[in-house]
Structures are given as C-alpha cells and as structure tokens.
Write a protein that binds this ligand. Structure first.
Ligand code: PEP
Ligand code: MN
Length: 329
C-alpha cells in the first residue's frame, strides 16, 4: 500500500495514525518535483482497509498495487475436491504410503483409512527419488491399484505427476493432482497440470520463498487449474536433526493473511513418525486446513520413506490425538 500525503499534511500526526493501525512505513519517497510525499507501507504491517486509511486527516490518496499473483489472491480459502471442501473448519486428512507397493497394499490401506473417516488416500506411483538406484515407483499400474481401492471404499486420491508425460493418466485417475517439492518451479509441468483443469496440491519447493510458491500457484490457475491447495512440507534448514525445517510461520501467513487453503505434511517435514502428532497439532493450530501423513502397514519393509511412516495400525491413535471429534464426527 502507498499512502500519499497532502502538501499541507502534518506528517507526524499521519504517521501516528498509521502506526496506530499497525501500518509501518518501510520507505518514504518523494515525487520528482519534490512536492508530494509517499509512504510505502511495509509488508509485515497489519491488513488494513484502504478506505479507512484514505480517511486519515492529511492523506491525499491511497493506492494498492496490483498483486503479482491476482488469481491466487482472488481464489479464496476453500477449494472443493470431488465433493470434499478443503479450507473449511473441519481438517482434511490425506494419508497413505509414500509409494504404492502392490494392489493388496493399496486395498488394505484404503480400508483402514475409510474406517477412520479419512477423506483422501495418498500414495506415489511415480517417485522423485534422490538416487537413481532407489525404488522409482510402480508407475501407471499403481495408479490403477489406488483408483480401484479408493472406489471400493469411497475414498478420494491425491498423487504426484512427476513429469509432463504422467499428467494425462494422473489427471484421469486422481481427484487431486500433486506437484512435488522438486517440481514447484518446473514451469512446463505447472502449465501442463494447469491445462487439465483439475484441482492441484502444490508442495512448496524446499528452497522456495513464499512469494515464489504463490507465483507457482498463479501459473497453475492462469493455465486453468480448478483450484490450488498449498502444501507446506518443510524447507532446507542448516540442521540435519530433522529431515527438513517445517515452516509453521508460512502456514499462518498463507491461512490468515493470504486466506488460502494450506495442508501440512509433517512426515516429509520432520522425517520421523514420532513427531507427526505434535507437529500435526502445531500445524492445525497455526491454520492448516488438513494434514498429509505417510503410513505403512509395516514401515520396516517399506520401499521408500519407512522411518517417517506411521504404522497403519497406529494411525487411528494419531488422528484421535489430533482431535477425534473432527476425524470421527
Ligand atoms: C511425496 O509426497 O510423496 C513427496 C515426494 O513429497 P515432496 O515432494 O514433498 O518431497
Ligand atoms: Mn515420501
């Protein structure tokens, strides 16, 4: 926001009025003739109604620059995915394995999730693995296993389109298309996913600023995505005690300032199953609209991300600890 002062304004009194509203001046600029003074309001200021600010004695004009991501700014806090609203008060859970390992694995997972009232099954068919020698996912067939298991149990599916070649099949079989952390700024993928017209779960790049994340969301919306749900999954920190640094501040900012739906993934955020519950609670308190949680019937034999997987048999206790009323109500 830029506040322009009248030539005869009492600058001290205008400043007092602004700071009284939680508006902090980042810079003072002068018009080229030197006659007009503009206060550029700092981004960490409180949200304010421009009409109210324009009414301050001594203020000539208030202008609000067009946001860099107008479609994201206009999207609103709720995205509907196959009949499930994400962004309302009831948290939405997306649970399941890192990788879908067999048809039986998908079916067993879906049955447990459905019995717990979880809305979405997650699971990877195409896996972004750091090592080319690590398990890469079962591909198309895993999507079909997941779809059959989900249809049999009334679940929705969220799964990742790792590259442009996977976009058509993922868009056909998934309810919510996931763009992974490593692909947040893969602009051709964002365009291709946007063009499917599907809702998208956009994971934050591990070294992405919030502004870059919002602009990646803008790519999706401008190419036709039905809605963007943001997913905080941890950024790279300097300390390897946890797998990543879960940015709870970003969650509060997206929810309470930008008014956007944000899901938190404490599994990839921390890399440890024992911290899913406390960080899940923190995320929901900060304004997350739901959580993504990795599970496995037997994490010791998981083909990927075993250490962070909550044993399927223990998921009910974790969800109960997060607020049984929301899960089972
Ligand atoms: C995942 O959710 O399967 C995944 C690979 O996550 P991320 O992109 O956050 O690493
Ligand atoms: Mn994983």
């Amino acid at each position: 926001m830029i506040v322009t002062l009248k030539s005869d304004a009492d600058a001290v009194s205008v400043l007092r009025e602004l700071t009284g509203r939680g508006l902090w001046v980042a810079r003072v600029e002068r018009s080229s003739s030197g006659s007009m003074v503009h206060y550029v309001i700092a981004p960490h200021s409180q949200p304010a109604d421009p009409k109210d600010v324009a009414g301050i004695e001594g203020v000539a004009e208030v202008s609000v620059p067009r946001p860099a991501h107008p479609l994201v700014s206009a999207q609103g806090p709720v995205v509907n995915v196959s009949g499930v609203p994400i962004g309302q008060t009831k948290p939405v859970y997306m649970c399941g394995p890192c990788s879908v390992e067999s048809e039986e694995h998908a079916r067993e997972t879906a049955e447990v999730l459905a019995s717990l009232g979880v809305a979405f099954m997650r699971g990877g068919a195409f896996k972004p693995r750091t090592s080319p020698y690590a398990f890469q996912g079962h591909g198309d067939i895993a999507l079909e296993w997941m779809r059959r298991a989900a249809d049999a149990t009334g679940m929705r599916i969220v799964t990742e389109a790792l590259g442009e070649a996977h976009v058509p099949i993922v868009a056909e079989l998934a309810d919510l298309v996931q763009v992974g952390s490593r692909n947040m700024q893969n602009f051709s993928l964002l365009k291709a996913v946007g063009k499917t017209g599907k809702p998208v779960l956009l994971k934050r790049g591990m070294a992405a600023t919030i502004e870059e994340w919002l602009l990646a969301g803008e790519y999706l919306l401008t190419h036709g995505a039905k809605g963007v749900v943001f997913c905080e999954r941890g950024i790279r920190g300097f300390d390897d005690s946890t797998r990543n640094l879960l940015d709870i501040g970003a969650v509060a900012l997206l929810r309470h300032v930008h008014r956007l739906p944000v899901i938190v993934d404490p599994s990839h955020g921390l890399g440890r199953r024992d911290l899913v519950l406390p960080l899940g609670r923190a995320a929901l308190s900060a304004g997350a609209s739901g959580l993504m949680i990795e599970t496995h019937p037997d994490p010791g034999v998981a083909l990927s991300d075993g250490p962070q997987a909550v044993p399927l048999a223990e998921l009910g206790a974790v969800l109960g600890g997060l607020g049984a009323a929301e899960v089972f109500g």
